[in-house]
Design a protein around this ligand. Structure first.
Ligand code: CAO
Length: 415
Protein backbone atom coordinates (compact mmCIF):
# COMPACT_ATOMS: atom_id res chain seq x y z
CA UNK A 1 0.00 0.00 0.00
CA UNK A 2 1.27 3.51 -0.73
CA UNK A 3 2.16 6.00 2.00
CA UNK A 4 0.98 9.58 2.35
CA UNK A 5 4.46 11.08 1.97
CA UNK A 6 5.85 8.65 -0.62
CA UNK A 7 8.42 10.45 -2.75
CA UNK A 8 9.20 13.16 -0.17
CA UNK A 9 12.90 13.22 0.69
CA UNK A 10 14.02 14.73 3.97
CA UNK A 11 17.53 15.84 4.78
CA UNK A 12 17.42 15.25 8.52
CA UNK A 13 19.91 17.36 10.41
CA UNK A 14 18.22 16.80 13.75
CA UNK A 15 19.53 15.54 17.06
CA UNK A 16 18.39 14.90 20.64
CA UNK A 17 14.55 14.87 20.83
CA UNK A 18 12.61 17.78 19.35
CA UNK A 19 13.80 17.49 15.73
CA UNK A 20 14.00 13.67 15.67
CA UNK A 21 10.36 13.39 16.85
CA UNK A 22 9.33 15.45 13.85
CA UNK A 23 11.32 13.54 11.24
CA UNK A 24 10.29 10.18 12.74
CA UNK A 25 6.64 11.13 12.22
CA UNK A 26 7.35 12.14 8.62
CA UNK A 27 9.16 8.82 8.09
CA UNK A 28 6.15 6.97 9.48
CA UNK A 29 4.00 8.77 6.93
CA UNK A 30 6.30 7.46 4.19
CA UNK A 31 9.00 10.11 3.68
CA UNK A 32 12.54 8.97 2.97
CA UNK A 33 14.40 10.46 5.93
CA UNK A 34 18.18 10.66 5.56
CA UNK A 35 19.71 11.49 8.92
CA UNK A 36 23.06 13.25 8.65
CA UNK A 37 25.30 12.61 11.63
CA UNK A 38 28.75 13.57 12.69
CA UNK A 39 31.26 10.95 11.59
CA UNK A 40 32.50 8.79 14.45
CA UNK A 41 30.10 10.18 17.07
CA UNK A 42 26.63 10.63 15.66
CA UNK A 43 23.61 12.02 17.46
CA UNK A 44 24.71 12.60 21.05
CA UNK A 45 21.74 10.59 22.33
CA UNK A 46 23.17 7.37 20.86
CA UNK A 47 25.36 7.36 23.98
CA UNK A 48 23.03 8.96 26.50
CA UNK A 49 21.40 6.98 29.34
CA UNK A 50 22.63 3.70 27.91
CA UNK A 51 21.16 0.57 29.51
CA UNK A 52 23.41 -1.82 27.53
CA UNK A 53 27.13 -1.02 27.08
CA UNK A 54 28.17 0.03 23.54
CA UNK A 55 24.62 -0.32 22.19
CA UNK A 56 22.55 2.61 20.88
CA UNK A 57 20.46 3.93 23.78
CA UNK A 58 16.69 3.58 23.98
CA UNK A 59 16.64 7.39 23.81
CA UNK A 60 18.08 7.19 20.30
CA UNK A 61 16.33 4.06 19.07
CA UNK A 62 12.89 5.28 20.17
CA UNK A 63 13.22 8.60 18.32
CA UNK A 64 14.84 7.53 15.06
CA UNK A 65 12.80 4.70 13.61
CA UNK A 66 12.37 4.30 9.85
CA UNK A 67 15.32 6.60 9.04
CA UNK A 68 18.57 6.08 7.15
CA UNK A 69 21.83 7.25 8.68
CA UNK A 70 24.75 8.79 6.79
CA UNK A 71 27.84 10.24 8.41
CA UNK A 72 29.20 13.43 6.85
CA UNK A 73 31.67 15.94 8.28
CA UNK A 74 29.89 19.15 7.44
CA UNK A 75 32.97 21.20 8.22
CA UNK A 76 35.11 19.35 5.66
CA UNK A 77 35.02 21.09 2.21
CA UNK A 78 34.36 17.80 0.42
CA UNK A 79 31.75 16.88 3.03
CA UNK A 80 30.06 20.20 2.23
CA UNK A 81 29.90 19.24 -1.44
CA UNK A 82 28.14 16.01 -0.54
CA UNK A 83 25.67 18.04 1.51
CA UNK A 84 25.08 20.36 -1.43
CA UNK A 85 24.23 17.33 -3.55
CA UNK A 86 21.79 16.19 -0.86
CA UNK A 87 20.18 19.63 -0.67
CA UNK A 88 19.61 19.53 -4.41
CA UNK A 89 17.99 16.12 -4.17
CA UNK A 90 15.81 16.59 -1.08
CA UNK A 91 12.50 18.39 -0.56
CA UNK A 92 12.93 19.37 3.08
CA UNK A 93 15.85 20.16 5.37
CA UNK A 94 15.00 19.81 9.06
CA UNK A 95 17.39 21.01 11.74
CA UNK A 96 17.44 21.79 15.43
CA UNK A 97 20.98 23.03 15.92
CA UNK A 98 21.78 25.84 18.27
CA UNK A 99 20.94 29.25 16.71
CA UNK A 100 23.32 30.16 13.90
CA UNK A 101 24.95 26.71 13.53
CA UNK A 102 23.52 26.07 10.07
CA UNK A 103 24.70 29.50 8.88
CA UNK A 104 28.14 28.83 10.35
CA UNK A 105 28.28 25.63 8.28
CA UNK A 106 27.75 27.84 5.22
CA UNK A 107 24.15 26.80 4.62
CA UNK A 108 22.32 30.09 4.95
CA UNK A 109 18.75 30.36 3.67
CA UNK A 110 20.09 32.28 0.65
CA UNK A 111 22.65 29.58 -0.17
CA UNK A 112 20.05 26.82 0.17
CA UNK A 113 17.73 28.80 -2.12
CA UNK A 114 20.48 28.98 -4.73
CA UNK A 115 20.96 25.23 -4.54
CA UNK A 116 17.28 24.31 -4.45
CA UNK A 117 14.56 26.98 -4.54
CA UNK A 118 11.90 24.32 -3.85
CA UNK A 119 13.44 23.32 -0.54
CA UNK A 120 11.49 23.73 2.69
CA UNK A 121 13.89 24.55 5.53
CA UNK A 122 12.40 23.72 8.90
CA UNK A 123 13.93 24.59 12.25
CA UNK A 124 13.26 24.06 15.92
CA UNK A 125 14.76 26.75 18.09
CA UNK A 126 14.32 27.40 21.80
CA UNK A 127 12.92 30.91 21.29
CA UNK A 128 11.63 32.97 18.41
CA UNK A 129 13.14 36.38 17.57
CA UNK A 130 13.59 38.46 20.73
CA UNK A 131 15.80 38.74 23.79
CA UNK A 132 16.46 35.00 24.13
CA UNK A 133 16.80 34.03 20.48
CA UNK A 134 20.47 33.06 20.81
CA UNK A 135 19.94 30.70 23.76
CA UNK A 136 20.41 26.96 23.69
CA UNK A 137 17.33 25.30 25.06
CA UNK A 138 16.34 21.91 26.44
CA UNK A 139 12.92 20.51 27.33
CA UNK A 140 12.49 21.89 30.84
CA UNK A 141 13.74 25.35 29.89
CA UNK A 142 10.91 25.49 27.36
CA UNK A 143 8.37 24.23 29.89
CA UNK A 144 9.44 27.02 32.24
CA UNK A 145 9.56 29.76 29.60
CA UNK A 146 6.32 28.68 27.93
CA UNK A 147 4.10 28.99 30.99
CA UNK A 148 3.73 25.29 31.84
CA UNK A 149 5.85 25.23 35.00
CA UNK A 150 4.31 28.31 36.64
CA UNK A 151 0.86 26.80 36.24
CA UNK A 152 1.72 23.20 37.21
CA UNK A 153 1.95 21.86 40.76
CA UNK A 154 0.19 22.76 43.98
CA UNK A 155 -0.41 26.23 45.34
CA UNK A 156 1.82 25.72 48.38
CA UNK A 157 4.75 24.27 46.42
CA UNK A 158 7.28 25.36 43.80
CA UNK A 159 6.65 25.33 40.03
CA UNK A 160 6.74 21.78 38.61
CA UNK A 161 7.68 20.41 35.18
CA UNK A 162 5.58 17.68 33.61
CA UNK A 163 6.74 14.26 32.43
CA UNK A 164 5.11 14.80 29.04
CA UNK A 165 7.83 16.21 26.77
CA UNK A 166 5.75 19.12 25.59
CA UNK A 167 8.83 21.24 24.83
CA UNK A 168 10.65 18.67 22.72
CA UNK A 169 8.13 16.20 21.30
CA UNK A 170 5.39 18.85 21.40
CA UNK A 171 7.46 21.23 19.30
CA UNK A 172 8.46 18.40 16.96
CA UNK A 173 4.75 17.84 16.31
CA UNK A 174 4.22 21.53 15.61
CA UNK A 175 7.15 21.51 13.20
CA UNK A 176 5.85 18.44 11.35
CA UNK A 177 2.56 20.23 10.73
CA UNK A 178 4.45 23.28 9.46
CA UNK A 179 6.44 21.12 7.07
CA UNK A 180 3.52 19.30 5.47
CA UNK A 181 1.67 22.62 5.21
CA UNK A 182 4.66 24.21 3.45
CA UNK A 183 4.89 21.21 1.11
CA UNK A 184 1.21 21.65 0.27
CA UNK A 185 1.69 25.36 -0.46
CA UNK A 186 4.65 24.44 -2.67
CA UNK A 187 2.30 22.47 -4.90
CA UNK A 188 0.71 25.85 -5.91
CA UNK A 189 3.72 28.18 -5.70
CA UNK A 190 6.59 25.88 -6.67
CA UNK A 191 8.63 27.59 -3.95
CA UNK A 192 10.07 26.35 -0.68
CA UNK A 193 9.91 28.42 2.48
CA UNK A 194 11.27 28.56 6.01
CA UNK A 195 9.33 26.94 8.84
CA UNK A 196 10.15 27.88 12.42
CA UNK A 197 8.75 26.22 15.53
CA UNK A 198 10.10 27.81 18.69
CA UNK A 199 9.85 25.63 21.79
CA UNK A 200 8.57 28.49 23.94
CA UNK A 201 5.78 29.09 21.41
CA UNK A 202 4.92 25.40 21.20
CA UNK A 203 4.61 25.07 24.98
CA UNK A 204 2.57 28.27 25.20
CA UNK A 205 0.26 26.98 22.49
CA UNK A 206 -0.36 23.92 24.67
CA UNK A 207 -0.90 26.23 27.69
CA UNK A 208 -3.51 28.30 25.85
CA UNK A 209 -6.15 27.77 28.56
CA UNK A 210 -3.85 29.32 31.15
CA UNK A 211 -3.61 32.55 29.16
CA UNK A 212 -7.42 32.41 29.02
CA UNK A 213 -7.41 32.16 32.82
CA UNK A 214 -4.92 35.03 33.19
CA UNK A 215 -7.42 37.32 31.48
CA UNK A 216 -10.37 35.97 33.46
CA UNK A 217 -8.40 36.57 36.65
CA UNK A 218 -7.54 40.14 35.66
CA UNK A 219 -11.18 40.88 34.88
CA UNK A 220 -12.86 39.26 37.87
CA UNK A 221 -10.13 38.79 40.51
CA UNK A 222 -11.12 35.18 41.04
CA UNK A 223 -11.70 31.84 39.33
CA UNK A 224 -14.32 29.77 41.02
CA UNK A 225 -13.28 26.39 39.68
CA UNK A 226 -9.73 26.75 41.05
CA UNK A 227 -8.94 25.07 44.41
CA UNK A 228 -7.98 28.51 45.80
CA UNK A 229 -11.68 29.46 45.74
CA UNK A 230 -13.41 30.31 48.07
CA UNK A 231 -10.90 30.33 50.94
CA UNK A 232 -7.48 30.92 49.35
CA UNK A 233 -5.92 34.03 47.91
CA UNK A 234 -5.49 34.84 44.24
CA UNK A 235 -2.49 36.95 43.24
CA UNK A 236 -1.77 38.77 40.00
CA UNK A 237 -0.89 35.69 37.92
CA UNK A 238 -2.64 32.39 37.22
CA UNK A 239 -1.85 30.17 40.21
CA UNK A 240 -0.98 26.48 40.20
CA UNK A 241 -4.22 24.55 40.26
CA UNK A 242 -3.10 21.15 41.55
CA UNK A 243 -5.18 18.50 39.85
CA UNK A 244 -8.13 20.73 39.04
CA UNK A 245 -9.59 20.26 35.60
CA UNK A 246 -8.49 22.73 32.95
CA UNK A 247 -12.02 23.18 31.66
CA UNK A 248 -15.45 24.08 32.97
CA UNK A 249 -16.15 20.63 34.45
CA UNK A 250 -14.58 20.31 37.91
CA UNK A 251 -12.33 17.28 38.40
CA UNK A 252 -9.73 15.96 40.86
CA UNK A 253 -7.51 12.94 41.44
CA UNK A 254 -8.93 10.63 44.11
CA UNK A 255 -7.52 7.70 46.06
CA UNK A 256 -8.67 4.20 45.22
CA UNK A 257 -8.38 0.90 47.05
CA UNK A 258 -4.72 0.06 47.63
CA UNK A 259 -3.43 3.64 47.58
CA UNK A 260 -1.48 3.07 50.80
CA UNK A 261 1.01 0.81 48.98
CA UNK A 262 0.44 1.45 45.26
CA UNK A 263 1.56 4.96 44.20
CA UNK A 264 -0.78 4.81 41.20
CA UNK A 265 -3.98 3.58 42.87
CA UNK A 266 -5.84 6.74 41.95
CA UNK A 267 -8.54 7.81 39.54
CA UNK A 268 -9.31 11.12 37.86
CA UNK A 269 -12.95 11.93 38.55
CA UNK A 270 -14.94 14.60 36.72
CA UNK A 271 -18.16 15.91 38.24
CA UNK A 272 -19.71 16.56 34.86
CA UNK A 273 -22.91 18.56 35.30
CA UNK A 274 -25.26 16.45 33.13
CA UNK A 275 -24.53 13.29 35.18
CA UNK A 276 -24.62 14.92 38.63
CA UNK A 277 -27.70 12.96 39.74
CA UNK A 278 -26.03 9.68 38.72
CA UNK A 279 -22.89 10.62 40.65
CA UNK A 280 -25.03 11.28 43.74
CA UNK A 281 -26.68 7.86 43.35
CA UNK A 282 -23.41 5.99 42.86
CA UNK A 283 -21.75 7.47 45.95
CA UNK A 284 -24.91 7.16 48.07
CA UNK A 285 -25.61 10.89 48.47
CA UNK A 286 -28.97 10.94 46.66
CA UNK A 287 -30.06 14.03 48.64
CA UNK A 288 -27.38 16.16 46.93
CA UNK A 289 -29.24 15.85 43.63
CA UNK A 290 -32.00 18.14 44.94
CA UNK A 291 -30.27 20.03 47.79
CA UNK A 292 -30.04 23.68 46.60
CA UNK A 293 -26.46 23.84 47.96
CA UNK A 294 -25.39 21.04 45.61
CA UNK A 295 -27.96 20.73 42.83
CA UNK A 296 -26.46 23.22 40.32
CA UNK A 297 -22.87 23.64 39.05
CA UNK A 298 -22.70 27.20 40.44
CA UNK A 299 -23.96 26.10 43.88
CA UNK A 300 -21.38 23.31 43.99
CA UNK A 301 -18.33 25.48 43.30
CA UNK A 302 -17.79 26.64 46.92
CA UNK A 303 -18.14 23.01 48.10
CA UNK A 304 -15.85 21.24 45.63
CA UNK A 305 -13.37 20.19 48.31
CA UNK A 306 -16.10 18.53 50.41
CA UNK A 307 -17.70 16.99 47.35
CA UNK A 308 -14.46 15.37 46.22
CA UNK A 309 -13.77 14.17 49.79
CA UNK A 310 -17.16 12.46 49.80
CA UNK A 311 -16.61 10.90 46.36
CA UNK A 312 -13.19 9.72 47.51
CA UNK A 313 -14.77 7.89 50.43
CA UNK A 314 -16.52 5.85 47.71
CA UNK A 315 -13.55 5.46 45.31
CA UNK A 316 -11.37 4.20 48.22
CA UNK A 317 -13.64 1.15 48.45
CA UNK A 318 -12.90 0.19 44.80
CA UNK A 319 -9.79 -0.45 42.76
CA UNK A 320 -9.25 2.14 40.01
CA UNK A 321 -10.39 -0.41 37.42
CA UNK A 322 -13.52 -1.36 39.39
CA UNK A 323 -14.38 2.31 39.83
CA UNK A 324 -13.80 2.93 36.13
CA UNK A 325 -16.12 0.08 35.17
CA UNK A 326 -18.93 1.23 37.47
CA UNK A 327 -18.66 4.93 36.57
CA UNK A 328 -18.57 4.26 32.84
CA UNK A 329 -21.85 2.40 33.11
CA UNK A 330 -23.39 5.79 34.02
CA UNK A 331 -21.33 7.83 31.53
CA UNK A 332 -19.49 9.54 34.38
CA UNK A 333 -16.17 10.76 32.91
CA UNK A 334 -13.18 9.34 34.78
CA UNK A 335 -9.74 7.90 34.07
CA UNK A 336 -7.46 5.51 35.95
CA UNK A 337 -3.96 6.75 36.75
CA UNK A 338 -1.99 4.23 34.67
CA UNK A 339 1.63 3.47 35.42
CA UNK A 340 4.13 3.06 32.57
CA UNK A 341 4.24 -0.65 33.49
CA UNK A 342 0.48 -0.96 33.03
CA UNK A 343 0.62 0.96 29.74
CA UNK A 344 3.48 -1.19 28.43
CA UNK A 345 1.48 -4.32 29.17
CA UNK A 346 -1.88 -3.09 27.84
CA UNK A 347 -2.96 -5.46 25.01
CA UNK A 348 -5.23 -2.94 23.24
CA UNK A 349 -2.31 -0.50 22.77
CA UNK A 350 -0.26 -3.29 21.22
CA UNK A 351 -3.15 -4.14 18.92
CA UNK A 352 -3.47 -0.60 17.56
CA UNK A 353 0.29 -0.18 17.06
CA UNK A 354 0.52 2.57 19.68
CA UNK A 355 2.95 0.37 21.61
CA UNK A 356 5.21 -1.65 19.31
CA UNK A 357 7.87 -4.27 19.93
CA UNK A 358 10.86 -3.72 17.64
CA UNK A 359 13.88 -5.94 17.01
CA UNK A 360 17.33 -4.35 16.81
CA UNK A 361 20.53 -6.07 15.66
CA UNK A 362 22.64 -5.13 18.67
CA UNK A 363 20.00 -4.42 21.31
CA UNK A 364 17.48 -7.20 20.68
CA UNK A 365 13.79 -6.59 21.31
CA UNK A 366 12.52 -3.41 22.92
CA UNK A 367 9.25 -1.53 23.22
CA UNK A 368 8.54 1.80 21.64
CA UNK A 369 5.66 4.19 21.13
CA UNK A 370 4.40 3.80 17.57
CA UNK A 371 2.68 6.39 15.43
CA UNK A 372 -0.09 7.98 17.50
CA UNK A 373 -1.69 9.41 14.34
CA UNK A 374 -3.53 6.74 12.36
CA UNK A 375 -4.22 7.28 8.65
CA UNK A 376 -6.64 4.82 7.04
CA UNK A 377 -4.86 4.94 3.68
CA UNK A 378 -1.28 5.18 4.91
CA UNK A 379 -0.53 2.49 7.48
CA UNK A 380 2.56 2.83 9.66
CA UNK A 381 5.11 0.07 9.87
CA UNK A 382 7.70 0.79 12.56
CA UNK A 383 11.20 -0.33 11.58
CA UNK A 384 14.32 -0.09 13.73
CA UNK A 385 16.58 2.93 13.98
CA UNK A 386 19.71 2.89 11.81
CA UNK A 387 23.19 2.13 13.09
CA UNK A 388 25.61 5.05 12.80
CA UNK A 389 26.44 5.57 9.12
CA UNK A 390 24.65 2.37 8.12
CA UNK A 391 23.39 3.88 4.87
CA UNK A 392 26.31 6.14 3.92
CA UNK A 393 27.38 4.05 0.91
CA UNK A 394 23.81 3.44 -0.22
CA UNK A 395 22.88 7.15 -0.14
CA UNK A 396 26.19 8.19 -1.75
CA UNK A 397 25.55 5.74 -4.59
CA UNK A 398 22.05 7.20 -5.06
CA UNK A 399 23.68 10.64 -5.32
CA UNK A 400 25.79 9.27 -8.19
CA UNK A 401 29.12 8.71 -6.43
CA UNK A 402 31.14 5.72 -7.65
CA UNK A 403 32.67 3.21 -5.20
CA UNK A 404 36.10 4.78 -5.86
CA UNK A 405 34.85 8.28 -5.12
CA UNK A 406 33.15 7.06 -1.94
CA UNK A 407 36.36 5.44 -0.84
CA UNK A 408 38.35 8.62 -1.53
CA UNK A 409 35.88 10.75 0.42
CA UNK A 410 36.15 8.32 3.32
CA UNK A 411 39.94 8.56 3.26
CA UNK A 412 39.65 12.35 3.23
CA UNK A 413 37.45 12.19 6.35
CA UNK A 414 34.53 13.84 4.54
CA UNK A 415 32.22 10.89 5.15
N1 CAO B 1 29.76 17.44 11.10
C1 CAO B 1 30.47 18.41 11.68
N2 CAO B 1 29.97 19.26 12.59
C2 CAO B 1 28.67 19.08 12.93
C3 CAO B 1 27.86 18.08 12.37
C4 CAO B 1 28.47 17.23 11.42
N3 CAO B 1 27.78 16.26 10.83
N4 CAO B 1 26.62 18.16 12.91
C5 CAO B 1 26.66 19.17 13.79
N5 CAO B 1 27.90 19.74 13.80
C6 CAO B 1 28.33 20.87 14.57
C7 CAO B 1 27.51 22.10 14.30
O1 CAO B 1 27.97 22.71 13.12
C8 CAO B 1 27.79 22.92 15.57
O2 CAO B 1 29.04 23.55 15.41
P1 CAO B 1 29.29 25.13 15.71
O3 CAO B 1 28.80 25.39 17.08
O4 CAO B 1 30.78 25.23 15.60
O5 CAO B 1 28.58 25.91 14.70
C9 CAO B 1 27.98 21.83 16.61
O6 CAO B 1 28.12 20.61 15.92
C10 CAO B 1 26.92 21.52 17.66
O7 CAO B 1 25.72 22.06 17.43
P2 CAO B 1 24.78 22.47 18.65
O8 CAO B 1 25.30 23.75 19.24
O9 CAO B 1 23.43 22.46 18.12
O10 CAO B 1 24.95 21.28 19.73
P3 CAO B 1 24.98 21.36 21.34
O11 CAO B 1 25.09 19.94 21.77
O12 CAO B 1 26.00 22.27 21.87
O13 CAO B 1 23.56 21.96 21.76
C11 CAO B 1 21.14 21.98 21.90
C12 CAO B 1 22.42 21.14 21.82
C13 CAO B 1 19.97 21.01 21.82
C14 CAO B 1 21.10 22.74 23.22
C15 CAO B 1 21.10 22.97 20.72
O14 CAO B 1 21.29 22.26 19.52
C16 CAO B 1 19.81 23.77 20.63
O15 CAO B 1 19.58 24.71 21.39
N6 CAO B 1 18.95 23.43 19.65
C17 CAO B 1 17.71 24.13 19.39
C18 CAO B 1 16.69 23.84 20.42
C19 CAO B 1 16.37 22.38 20.53
O16 CAO B 1 16.05 21.68 19.60
N7 CAO B 1 16.40 21.90 21.76
C20 CAO B 1 15.86 20.59 22.05
C21 CAO B 1 16.88 19.63 22.35
S1 CAO B 1 16.11 18.18 22.93
O17 CAO B 1 15.95 18.44 24.56
Amino acid sequence: MSKALDGVRILDFTHVQSGPTCTQLLAWFGADVIKVERAGAGDITREQLRDIPDVDSLYFTMLNHNKRSVTIDTKNPEGKQVLEALIQKCDVLVENFAPGALDRMGFTWERIQELNPRMVVASVKGFGPGPYEDCKVYENVAQCAGGAASTTGFDDGPPVVTGAQIGDSGTGLHLALGIVTALYQRTHTGRGQRVLAAMQDGVLNLCRVKLRDQQRLERTGTMKEYPQYPNGQFGEAVPRAGNASGGGQPGWILKCKGWETDPNAYIYFITQAPVWAKICNVIGKEEWATDPDYATPAARLPHLKDIFAEIERWTMTKTKFEAMQILNRYDIPCGPILSMKEIAEEPSLRKTGTIVEVDHPTRGKYLTVGNPIKLSDSPTEVTRSPLLGEHTDEVMAELGYSPEQISALRTAGAI
